[in-house]
Design a protein around this ligand. Structure first.
Ligand code: XMP
Length: 513
């Protein structure tokens, strides 16, 4: 998509890079993240209003530390370096960095020495978030200090004439009190951005782009019922109406009544042409006896492609495939993969467009999940669909631990349904990133009435998170947990014990498989 104004965020691998992008967009200015070794190409091809150099885990003098060429400082485009970005500014000029400096993690008191531009409107004393090993030991000669902390006498620097700025702390992190004002000063006052980027402007632009690209062609879309594909389908339907065909496949490992609800919502309420395919038998046959989680994922991925391909053959005139791919997926696939990206294979339908010779349409390639939700709301999709917890492609197959069969899936569906119903009733659903039940391959002894029982254990999992990359267990009130446990044990045959998972990610993961 073409954006008349944008900010380029150059990524040096910081855990906070995506946060910088979110903050800038929250300010109403479009931005994109580019890995350090590709950023200059992007900048040269369509000049941004400003450049932000992210933080990163490296030490600038380290062998192989990521760098960007001098050219970035000679383009006449304002630059803001954050943490590692500041240190790069220093070493690219004639400053110096002390790798032996005291490490500093956590909050610090920022004292502003100059409030005229980057720190305009920022209190003279405020809290900032520090997360660095190295720090500046000599300021480059064309720069001046504009803020300091007790530990970092050179905490923020500026070359006003060239509009180049650097800060040691992280303005993008919520713990930095005045972070938003600082970023706003940079993008609006220093870079001269005009703003106005929001879900409505996104939709208008996307509809125009989709119409131009598709012309009078046809598009197919796999509609799972999840937020991303749902919003993609509604957006495409708004853009090209009946030229969109959706296919919903029941893979046998979805939640209770999921397929029926997808059909009802999209076919009956949104009037989107939708083909419903019940392929649950095939999926379950192939999953029979398989215990390895990665193997389960592969089987589900491959079977999905096979079924989808077969069903899509009916729409021979389709030249495009629409997918709800999000920005974090795109970024993850092009540069540094964090350890979490490789622990589980999350991409379930990779390779589909090439095999089917279809052109991809991914209207949300540039958006974060919360932005897709805002787009969905703007498109009039009901809140209960937009605010749904994420649900993994391999579904309940990775929540029935070990081998999966119909009876266990049915049991888990009942538990899951009660769990979510009670969480909603207690008003906890929206405070939780993801809540689900896991069926353990563990039987234990219980007593019901006068009889001894020997039945399954279910684990309840609920986590809070911003992006699924890290997560903490949700503090669901005891009385809500009690109600869930009572209902599950009383209403679901085959379960006599309920446990609550209190592990955070890392070192655990959100899913159990
Ligand atoms: P983990 O378990 O890795 O999960 O902490 C992080 C997020 O990813 C989801 N997840 C998946 N999503 N296919 C998906 O589409 C998968 O194979 C898969 N495995 C995990 C998980 O539900 C959580 O939101």
């Amino acid at each position: 998509m073409y954006h008349s104004e944008w900010i380029c965020i150059v990524d040096f691998g910081s855990q906070y890079t995506q946060l910088i992008a979110r903050r800038v967009r929250e300010l109403g200015v479009y931005c994109e993240i580019h890995p350090f070794h590709l950023a200059l190409d992007a900048i040269r091809s369509h000049a941004p209003k400003g450049i932000i150099l992210s933080g990163g885990p490296s030490s600038v003098y380290e062998e192989g530390a990521p760098r960007i060429t001098e050219e970035v400082f000679e383009l006449g485009i304002p630059v803001l370096g954050i943490c590692y970005g500041l240190q790069l500014i220093a070493v690219h000029h004639d400053g110096a960095v002390d790798p032996a400096a005291r490490r500093e993690y956590g909050k610090a008191q920022l004292r502003i020495d100059d409030q005229t531009d980057l720190f305009r409107g920022v209190a003279a004393n405020s809290i900032v978030w520090m997360s660095h090993g190295d720090s500046l030991s000599r300021i480059p000669s064309a720069f001046e200090v504009i803020a300091h902390t007790e530990n970092a006498p050179i905490c923020a620097i500026r070359n006003a004439e060239k509009k180049q700025y650097g800060v040691q702390f992280h303005p993008e992190v919520v713990h930095t009190d005045e972070g938003k004002t600082i970023l706003s000063n940079f993008v609006y006052d220093i870079c001269g951005a005009e703003g106005g980027w929001n879900p409505r402007s996104f939709i208008e632009q996307a509809i125009e782009d989709i119409r131009t690209e598709v012309g009078d062609g046809h598009v197919i879309c796999a509609l799972s019922g999840g937020v991303d594909s749902a919003v993609a389908a509604v957006l495409l339907h708004e853009a090209i109406g009946e030229q969109l065909y959706c296919i919903h496949i029941d893979n046998g490992v979805m939640r209770k009544a999921e397929s029926a609800s997808v059909v009802k919502t999209f076919q009956d309420e949104f009037h989107i042409p939708l083909k419903f395919v019940d392929a649950s038998d095939l999926f379950l046959q192939r999953l029979a006896g398989v215990t390895d989680p990665e193997q389960k994922r592969k089987i589900i991925g491959v079977t999905f492609i096979e079924v989808f391909e077969k069903e899509a053959a009916e729409f021979r005139d389709a030249a495009f495939l629409a997918q709800g791919t999000l920005y974090p997926d795109v970024i993850e696939s092009v540069h540094f993969k964090g350890p979490s990206a490789t622990i589980k294979s999350h991409h379930n339908v990779g390779g589909l467009p090439e095999r089917m010779n279809l052109k991809l349409i991914e209207p949300f390639r540039e958006l974060f999940k919360d932005e897709v939700r805002r787009v969905g709301r703007e498109l009039g999709i009901p809140a209960h669909l937009i605010d749904r917890h994420p649900f993994p492609g391999p579904g309940l197959a990775i929540r029935v631990l070990g081998a999966v069969d119909q009876a266990q899936l049915d049991l888990l569906r009942e538990v899951d349904d009660i769990y979510l119903e009670e969480i909603r009733r207690a008003g906890e659903y929206d405070n939780i990133w993801q809540a689900f039940a896991v069926l353990l391959p563990v039987k234990s002894v219980g007593v019901m009435g006068d009889a001894r029982t020997y039945e399954f254990t279910v684990a309840l999992r609920a986590v809070t998170s911003l992006d699924g990359m890290t997560a903490d267990w949700a503090r669901i009130p005891y009385d809500v947990l009690e109600r869930i446990s009572n209902r599950v044990i009383n209403e679901v045959r085959g379960v006599n014990r309920v446990v609550y998972d209190i592990s955070s990610k890392p070192p655990s993961t959100i899913e159990w498989e």
